[in-house]
Design a protein around this ligand. Sequence first.
Ligand code: AMP
Ligand code: GLY
Length: 425
Amino acid sequence: MNILIIGSGGREYSIGRALKFDENVEKIYFSPGNGATDELGENLSITDFNALADFVEENGVDLTIVGPEAPLVEGIVDVFKARGLTIFGPTAKAAQLEGSKIFMKNFLARHNVPTARYIETSSIEEAYRFIETLEAPIVVKADGLCGGKGVIIAKSHEEAKKTAGEMLSGNAFGEAGTAIVIEEFLDGYELSVFAVCDGKDYVVLPAAQDHKRLLDNDEGPNTGGMGAYAPIPLVNDEIYRKLDERVIKPTLKGMEEEGMPFTGVLFIGVMVVKGEPIILEYNVRFGDPECEELMPLLKSPASDLFYKAATGDLKNAVIEFHDKYAVGVVMASRDYPYKSSPPAEIIIDEIHHEELKENAHISFAGVSRGEDGKLYATGGRVLVCVGLGDSIKEARDRAYMLVGQVHFAGKQCRTDIAYQALQEA
Ligand code: AMP
Ligand code: GLY
């Protein structure tokens, strides 16, 4: 099977890496890919959806997998499906679950899926009135895609009002801020739950936990994610059962009833509050860096999962996971997440340690190949060091051993990834 992967991050690298080990896969293409995906396959630079579909037809590509949300929201799946091509991801209509927070919140209300109390409004007076009914802290969100930066957790009523005013007047987020969501703050622990769906059937992957803040102890600014691990020992069968019955089933049924059956990855952002899973958000793609830990945990062939989901055939798939833990530590560039950093050469020590060679690897993200053939850190999140083990501690120790072998000027990473799991142990 020949496969095209759309995207350029560590997430897409990790999907490509899983497919590379899959004997059903012959050739892998990435568009655009990054400076390291050319070791797994061939990088293309085609952005137009019809031109990509032409490439797929001309080169015998059997399956296209879409990594990021932007092409999904823009309708890449609709273009491919109209041309009879097999593609893994939701249609533009279904992708609204991520593309618009207001659509998502209204969908949750229609289908009785538990979520925080909220209003959507473009009226400052209404926003103020609702803020008065909540206790601080208060969450204020801009509608639309703001690259994860559209969420402010205001510590006081005054700050919430000020933020709401700025978003509505368009100062803070431009177009994306013309309507806002104000929401009750949920106090609990956060999970990333992924259901791979074929429109009817689904497979739930081991629950993962991301670390969104830049610094140790969850301090500093929000980022795209500084590290993750899976599975989470905190999540017991009871929580999986509640997630299945109260969230995943009603969501997929609702999507089908509303004429937009969901195919692809449903990423459910969950806050567990006193043992009850409450939905924070949906995304319509794999999380990054969660994907980098989940892909190596997949025991059955990756092509089976993606192809069968894309062709509505998951009921005939046997999807298995290794009985192991994975921990991923993101190494970011000097000025992340504030601004871009000067390119820095990446040097990786040769690894002699057998245990590390077999149980740890790198998923490359914001990297470019220089004319000298060397790899340079050119993006915000540069790479993810992933360790596998029979316990979280073993997996984490291996991930950090690998971090110690990777060098570039200005590198930064958290030193406490998976701390919540280790505290509980
Ligand atoms: P969102 O883009 O809506 O997922 O929000 C980004 C992050 O903000 C989430 O991953 C949470 O860490 C935090 N967050 C969002 N909404 C809430 C809420 N209602 N209560 C607590 N934290 C929240
Ligand atoms: N890691 C969170 C996200 O991908 O949105």
